[in-house]
Design a protein around this ligand. Structure first.
Ligand SMILES: [Zn+2]
Length: 133
């Protein structure tokens, strides 16, 4: 990892983009992410703006990822969940207690996302017992 590596905003955005409640927003964001992947500098600025349009839970979640990134830049390795801005009730986590994957709740009543590592439906963080799975 090189010094001054940029925060991979696009990577995190890509994880939640397919789950956005608004179809229009979903499509706009996916187009933007494709442009970023092609190295379009202007799209990167648009992506920063797009963050402001996201549900507040998604913004909090991204803020956590950014804090984690800053700590890493300082050479500090964080444990999952060490920085928490997003409340547990608004967070999806893997059923496996030792899995660090998480996603924000974007809309009440939404389908639980799948853990990208274990391919199992996630559960709300305030309902994880710690030893499930
Ligand atoms: Zn998992």
């Amino acid at each position: 990892m090189s010094e001054g590596e940029r925060f991979p905003l696009g990577v995190w955005m890509k994880q939640i983009a397919p789950r956005l409640p608004s179809k229009e927003q979903r499509e706009r964001l996916q187009t933007l992410l494709e442009r970023v992947e092609r190295g379009d500098i202007e799209a990167e600025f648009d992506l920063d703006d797009a963050v402001q349009q996201l549900p507040s839970t998604a913004q909090d979640w991204l803020r956590e990822k950014y804090q984690g990134y800053l700590q890493k830049q300082r050479g500090m390795e964080l444990l999952p969940g060490q920085i928490s801005i997003l409340p547990a009730s608004q967070r999806w986590v893997c059923q496996k207690g030792d899995c660090g994957e998480d996603e924000p709740v974007l809309q009440e009543g939404e389908e639980p996302p799948e853990c990208p590592r274990h391919h199992r439906k996630m559960i709300r963080a305030d309902r994880r017992t710690g030893d499930a799975g």
